[in-house]
Design a binder for this molecule. Structure first.
Ligand code: FRU
Length: 495
């Protein structure tokens, strides 16, 4: 499918489908040649959710994507291929791959033609994940349930067994099954009614994460909640904990929310990254409350993915375990440095970026030289505005309260009661001498990061005229501190 990637609302460094409607990332795995495969919930025939297939794209660097042919199609009228995951089966545990060590198995939910049942099916690929054959003995897991979906599978080294998590969405249960061969699954345990439940559990992930300051990675269960999230609609939450191959136990009863924006849902983590390395995730950058109505239909697509994110766990001041999430290797798409100032003081920099073809920027402001709590004063604020219409997206961080905010309300291309404007969240100073804010803005999406990703906010926005002017300013910063700012243009990875 061809795509037109030049429209004014079309992000230039984020993945978006060539045309049609996209939701969750699916089946993310790294093939034997190191190529990243991203599949996604895809309606190729409409601009709203439905008629779901698995779209497919590949990338060497997670920014420059090649759209591939649709990887999984429904077979019968009314059927849909819902979310799921993919693994490599190098030892041919499944028996599908007698002649190769690079076999790929996808496990997904089939929503049956009547819509009355959701079952888990598998399909195998001899060609690194470009084409799949559905297993003749499908389904491999069925429970006679209507809301039973989103299998995420992985190989568990210690027990030499496959593990899959599946959500009984409306019962708030994540069921764990094990298998020697990806075909015959045995129920192992339930993780249920934990954290925020909203009205559904969806898209579970379970994987090991590096823990800062420790040699031992830690397990992390990630669950997406929709509808009924506290910000409205869809969010992700996570539970650090322990997993023995059959049972997951969270370290505590705390509900930890992954992102304080409104457009970060159904995150999935790549299969195939060693446990002691930072894990890479991609989320769907939208929200079920309004995704079918956003104005990008005028450009013949709806929805984009978040930036690829590097993830690890840290021990944060006061609150303990925290998932840190920052753009993966963003330097690799830096184009030109537009601002470089290590000593902005209480100043402002303006950037006219109307001539930057991508319209995409990376920015950071690091308040340096902080010492005790008394030195935590002032704020750093940013505004991206349109010199044509005056529309803007703004945000900032306040050092004393530790609060960071984003406001997308001054854009006028989309009017919807659920498309709320303003977001904020607080973090605690860690005594490092630094307070940092950074972000990526890309035509119709902004991702903001506090203190290197300890907090993040992903928000889409829809201006009538492209934003083209940036102001970055510091006010009331303590005399003993200073502010270092840098702004880079990003090269379009779709050009
Ligand atoms: C999450 C979700 C999944 C489901 C898919 C359908 O956004 O509702 O639970 O598999 O989308 O497209």
């Amino acid at each position: 499918l061809p795509g037109y990637y030049a429209g004014p609302l079309r992000p230039q460094v984020h993945y978006s489908p060539p045309q049609g409607f996209m939701n969750d990332p699916n089946g993310m795995f790294i093939d034997v040649d190191g190529l990243y495969h991203l599949y996604y919930q895809f309606n190729p025939t409409g601009l709203v959710a439905g008629n779901v297939h698995w779209g497919h794209a590949t990338s060497e660097d997670l920014y420059t994507w090649t759209n591939q042919k649709i990887a999984l199609f429904p077979d019968r009228p009314g059927e849909q291929i819902f979310s799921g995951s993919a693994v490599l089966d190098p030892n041919n545990t499944s028996g599908f791959f007698p002649n190769q060590t690079n076999g790929v198995v996808a496990i997904y939910t089939l929503s049956t033609g009547s819509g009355q049942e959701q079952v888990q099916e598998i399909a195998y690929s001899y060609d690194n994940g470009y084409t799949f054959t559905k297993y003749a003995g499908n389904p491999v897991i069925s429970a006679g349930a209507k809301e039973f979906r989103d299998p995420k599978a992985f190989w568990h080294e210690e027990t030499e067994s496959w593990v899959v998590l599946v959500a009984f969405s409306q019962e708030f249960v994540i069921s764990i099954y094990t298998s020697p061969n990806l075909i015959d699954w045995t129920f192992a345990s339930n993780f249920s009614n934990a954290g925020l439940i909203g009205l559904q559990y969806e898209c579970p992930n379970l994987l090991q994460m590096p823990m800062e300051g420790s040699h031992e990675p830690m397990w992390l269960l990630y669950i997406s909640i929709n509808p009924g999230a506290p910000y409205g609609g869809s969010i992700g939450e996570y539970f650090p904990g322990h997993f023995n191959g059959t049972h997951f136990t969270a370290v505590d009863a705390v509900a930890r929310i992954a992102d304080f924006g409104k457009d970060n849902y159904a995150a999935q983590f790549f299969y195939g990254i060693p446990a002691n390395e930072n894990q890479i995730s991609i989320a769907w950058a939208s929200n079920w409350q309004y995704t079918n109505n956003v104005p990008t239909d005028s450009e013949n697509f709806r929805s984009v993915m978040s930036l690829p994110r590097y993830n690890y766990l840290t021990n944060a001041t006061r609150i303990g375990y925290q998932l840190v999430s920052v753009p993966y290797n963003i330097e690799s798409i830096f184009e030109a440095q537009l601002v470089s100032n290590d000593s902005l003081g209480n100043g402002t920099v303006f950037v006219d970026y109307s001539s930057i073809e991508s319209g995409a920027l990376y920015f950071e402001a690091n308040v340096t030289g902080l010492s005790d709590m008394a030195s935590l004063q002032g704020s750093v604020n940013f505004t991206f505005s349109s010199s044509v219409s005056g529309e803007s997206v703004r945000g900032g961080t306040d050092l004393l309260s530790g609060t960071t905010w984003v406001d997308r309300g001054e854009t006028r291309g989309f009017d919807n009661p659920y498309f709320t404007d303003k977001f904020s969240n607080s973090a605690v100073y860690d005594g490092s001498g630094l307070w940092r804010i950074s972000g990526v803005i890309d035509r119709s999406i902004i991702e903001v990061f506090v203190n290197g990703g300890e907090e993040s906010a992903t928000n889409t926005f829809y201006p009538n005229s492209p934003l083209d002017t940036m102001a970055l300013s510091a006010r009331g910063i303590n005399a003993t501190a200073d502010v270092a700012v840098a702004v880079w243009s990003l090269r379009s990875t779709w050009a």
